[in-house]
Design a protein. Sequence first.
Length: 173
Amino acid sequence: MLRLGQEQCMEVSAKIHNSLKIYKSAYLGMTRDAESGYPYEVCGVMIGEKDTVTHFRKCANLVADDKSETAFKEKGNIDSNRLKDRFELDPRSYIEADSWARENGLEILGIYHSHPDHPSVPSETDRQVASPGWAYIIFSVTRGKLADARIWYIDEQDFQFEERKFEVVKDSD
Ligand SMILES: [Zn+2]
C-alpha cells in the first residue's frame, strides 16, 4: 500500500465525506475485479469528484506480483499465505491513475481492495498504511463471489477506522 508523505496527507484531510456515491459501472467493475482476482487480494483506486466515484483503475498488487514475490523471498520474509491477506499498491500504477484523473479534471477519492474469505473489515495492516481523507472500500469475496462491501475512513485524531455509508447510483453523462 502506498504511503503518502505528510504534506499529501494534510492536503487530502479536508475531503472526508459522510457518504459516498459510486457510479454503477465503477462499482460493478471493481466487484468483478475482486471476484476474478480470487483467491488473491486485488487493489486499485477510486476516481471521481466531490463525493462521487465515477471511475476506477485497477492497480498492480506488488504483494501478489511474481517479481515482487521473488524480491520478498530474497529478503526472506514472505510466505505464500500472505499473498491472500495483504496488498501493496504499485506506486507506478498509482501515478498513472493519478495523472489520468488529473487530465480528466477528476481526483483520486480512495482505494479499493478485496478480502478473499475474510469479512469487509480493515486489518491492522490496512490501518497502518491508511491515509486520512480517503475512502477505503473493502470487498469481501467468498469462493469467488462477492459477499459484502463496506467503506471505511480513517479518523485523523485517533487513527482508527470508521465506517461510512455509500450508495451505488446510476451513471450520468
Ligand atoms: Zn485489507
